[in-house]
Design a binder for this molecule. Sequence first.
Ligand code: ZN
Length: 498
Amino acid sequence: MEQRYAELKARLAQIFDLRRTQELLFWDQTVMMPPAGAAVRSAQLSTLDQIAHGLFVSDETGGLLEELRPYEESLPYESDEASLIRVTRRDWEKARRVPADLAAEMVRAVSEGQEIWAKAREEANYELFRPHLQHALELKLRYVDCFEDYDDPYDVLLDDFERGMKTAEVRAVLDDLKAELVPLIAEVGSSEPDEPFMSGPFPVGAQHDLSLHLIERLGYDPRCFRLDLTAHPFAAHSGTQDIRLTTRYVENDLSSLFTAMHECGHGLYEHGVSQALERTPLATGVSYALHESQSRLWENIVGRSRPFWNHFYPRLQKTFPDVLGNVDQERWYRAINRVKPSYIRVDADEATYNLHVILRFELEQEMLSGRLALTDLREAWNARFEEYLGLPVPNDSLGVLQDVHWAGAGFGYFSTYTLGNIMSVQIWEKALSELPDLPEQFEAGEFGQLHEWLRTRLYALGRKFTPKETLERVVGGPIDAAPYVRYLKDKLGALTTA
Ligand code: ZN
């Protein structure tokens, strides 16, 4: 039996190598590659994908998994071996259900969609995009049809990002949040222009040095990490010891500091996965929401806190003396935590961001269930946007066309951003209950204990358990919006009254 297990592991290690090589080639494409390399690169990526997919969905993989059932049952549920067999079987059964021609058609629709969407957004014309969206939606419904066991078509798509989570569960959590958030934002949201010092100028070389300085304190280790430039920041990795973070700098904005901390949070999660899981499908973060809980925890809960800036603000002032020399720390703190409803999700603040997500989550379910026709999508978007954020939508570019996700048939994904925010506070409160002097440590510029707590409690587990089991192990209970609502009310209440 151990022989069979070794065979499975060797096969999965090959697939891991191919998958991580794909990711590195993608990193190279966005960070390093000269533009004319694109045509050959997309062929290379597709070749690697076909080989990896073929190896994985093969009968041989399925045969090994079947033979290993008794071995799995003889081992403790939480052992690395039983977890590897269990999680891989679930991946395999899922991957086998999707016919190759549908998978290929979905890949094609993604790449065609980008161009059509970009043009429609440029012209602020939803009608140009609608036929493609209809096609993408139909493909997604065919994908849903490949599966049986679901209560809501959205369940199938959500499961790709948050395995085992049900739409009804997410809806309940997000409804709770929305009921609190809409009136809170109406009350504390600002309509004033940003503080003038927020637009710099901040020389980009100094931004880069400071970004590195901050994330090195959080746990970025130059032997295992890199930080490079890209248009749309992301984190990638080729293994737990090779983490690639990307960021961007513009002179009239300091959001790069928060971008670096956000991507560093993703990187710390991947870097912290147990090395015993290396080169297996368990060697990665467990889900999109838990991943986002870590980027948000480091970016917002740590990186926008008073204790953090009590330590770093003097250095920030010294780095940008012309702009920040005469700005006191409290003004800076308020400026980086200001709540201000705005049109574009990716530019939204910590609180209003969630309403952008809830809007998309609701519309996606309605599109998938057929309750909302695409001819009515724009009107539905605009009406609900104004209801939640209090702003009338002036055009489609600032409205329904702002995200690329639907062009790539990326339904089911948006909700994970807000689920991540909610989990981030649950995890933070648990850490703080066990390490009550964390704020004092942050004031001293020390983040090692928090990092170590997260590494041993969460990061090390990788993908051994389901997202729900993982959260349960870390915080001792299920997802719950209440701590997040409390956190936002405390923070935003203090900002408006003090
Ligand atoms: Zn993220």
